[in-house]
Design a binder for this molecule. Structure first.
Ligand code: FES
Length: 178
């Protein structure tokens, strides 16, 4: 025993330090590369108003200015991402405002999405042929329930969507989805 203290080998310390910095650089590079990918899979947070309304967004998750939809001709049905991301039709009325009633694009037969047919003035489901009028009432089955409704409001040029929990004005009865 020589009584000397065992000091770390300086060359090992330098190697450890180098390994640490190399690891940190690799981790930072990987994070930077993965961030856009992970961000893509994480849905954007919903913007909620004091009354529980959510901000309508386009399919990329960007809020849609009301003026962008109101620039379209009257009678236009514009598709937006509504409550829980459900695709929802908004209607530009004859007076150039947005209809306060939005129609959820989810067929009440088996849930297909469907286009608006401006010639027939109907929502026409391509899956099994159900047809709905402009307000979402069934004109032809197999669907036997009207389309879901939501409330639509414009505030400060943005569109806000909230659940429809009252009587369904098309049937005069309690809304079936409540
Ligand atoms: S899902 Fe629309 S008619 Fe069947």
């Amino acid at each position: 025993m020589d009584g000397s203290l065992s000091l770390p080998n300086p060359s090992v310390s330098r190697r450890q330090l180098l390994n640490f910095f190399t690891g940190a650089i690799v981790a930072a590079t990987a994070s930077a590369a993965l961030y856009p990918g992970t961000k893509f899979f994480v849905p954007p947070a919903e913007t909620t108003d004091a009354d529980g309304s959510i901000l309508a967004k386009d399919q990329l998750g960007h809020p849609i200015p009301a003026s962008q939809i109101l620039d379209e001709p009257t009678g236009t049905r514009a598709l937006i991402a509504g409550l829980a991301g459900e695709p929802t039709y908004l209607t530009v009325k004859e007076d150039g405002t947005l209809d306060s009633m939005g129609i959820v694009n989810n067929c009440t037969h088996l849930g297909c999405t469907f286009p608006w047919n401006p010639v027939d003035q109907q929502f026409q489901c391509p899956c099994h042929g159900s047809r709905y009028d402009a307000q979402g009432s069934v004109e032809r089955g197999p669907a036997n329930r009207p389309l879901k409704l939501v409330h639509v409001q414009v505030k400060d040029n943005y569109i806000w969507i909230s659940p429809w929990t009252e009587i369904d004005p098309r049937t005069g009865e309690k809304a079936w989805w409540v």
